[in-house]
Write a protein that binds this ligand. Sequence first.
Ligand code: UTP
Length: 454
Amino acid sequence: MNFYHRLSSPEKSELDRQIASLDWPLVHQLVQSVVLKPQTWKIPADLSPPTVYPYVPNDASQQEKYRKAFARGEDLLRQGKIAAFVVAGGQGTRLGWDGPKGTFPATPVRQKPLFQCFAEFLVALAKRYGRAIPFYIMTSPINHAATVSFWECHQYFHLNPQQVMFFPQDMLPAISFDGKALLETPASLALSPNGHGGSLLALHKSGALADMQRRGIEQISYFQVDNPIVRCIDPLFIGLHDLDEAQMSSKMLPKAFGKEKLGNFCLVNGKLTVIEYSDLPDSLAEQRLPNGELRFRAGSIALHAMRRDFVESLNDHGFALPYHRAEKKVPCIDPISGQPIKPDKPNAVKMETFVFDALPLTTRSIIYETSRTDEFAPIKAPTGVDSVVSSREITTIRNAEWLLAAGVQIPRRPDGTPDCSIEIAPSFALYPQDVLARKSDIPPISAGDKVYLQ
Ligand code: UTP
């Protein structure tokens, strides 16, 4: 590079530190296999939909299985065998929030940050089952310090700091189409996190898996940082996964329409695989069964249960997940003139891993269907679909359903949506059935009210 000699000493040491932190043999291998040799993907010939545990059990024997599974999940919690794991290393470019995404004010009434939602859920769960729940938080080198200081500032939202572990994922450089690492500034490479699949490597490299082993953790409940109403640990789901001796399992949502932007759960040569919505041809995405249902109806919402020993096995002989090529517009500097470049079309390849690529590596995996209103309100963008606005609306709709089931009157707009905002803290209710016992604490709700229940 032409600029090194012009950098100040601190700039030089920062760049040296950055360069030393990267896995260059891996980068070299990926330049050859991912950047210079564009990946081709062909729709597999042997493709079929997987079987799924339905949201509501089909018959009496399945109902009995769900009862047993819920009890198993609760037992695992009582025995302290489940850890919660959130991946919070993404860049959140679509949201455009100045800070880690987990610090974003999410809830409809108190505007609690996403991290607080998870902490309160885990505090309430630990109280119910009489056992602390270890919480692992994956950051990236970009947001690690800000994430840790946010938690410290808020005294860990009443979690015991001994139970909360932070660790950053690895970064990879953006590579130009001719195979060179790009510079973002004269003193810094253009780096980005190695994808959410990098969490399964970071769990190993950081010592988190070893820490889990010391604590007697057998199961990991994996979720993303952007969903304020996620059940950080769901005894029913993790119980089904454990009873069936699965290695890694998934929750799914029935897609609202064929080309909805969710990964598609498919069986490829008998192996469970997630095919991205952009890769599934329209003819298959839209295909319907005689009963009118989509044939490939199971959409991935990135909620997984995984055995700790399965994640360990993914790291036994180097890291097992493949790297994908993503062509992106990466702001950088011209390596000769040093002039900034703001590309208007993709100029580089980013290399990323996806957590769902671990699924085909399992010998046993289950999928459990969940309900959209019950636990899917992601915040990806400021407005529109999957925005803070839609997330707050879904949260209120979910909470209104919980209250209605306990016989509470909900004011409605002409279109049927609740004419109020309702926030239920996990200390008030973890499950809909908890509401009944607290019914006397719920005030009458009028149009336009903002109701907070704790
Ligand atoms: P997204 O696909 O929504 O990406 O991540 P993002 O980086 O947060 O947001 P955009 O695409 O830049 O707008 C889904 C989940 O995976 C985590 C994110 O933090 C989020 O919880 N993730 C993603 C990581 O932890 N690391 C990554 O490298 C990528």
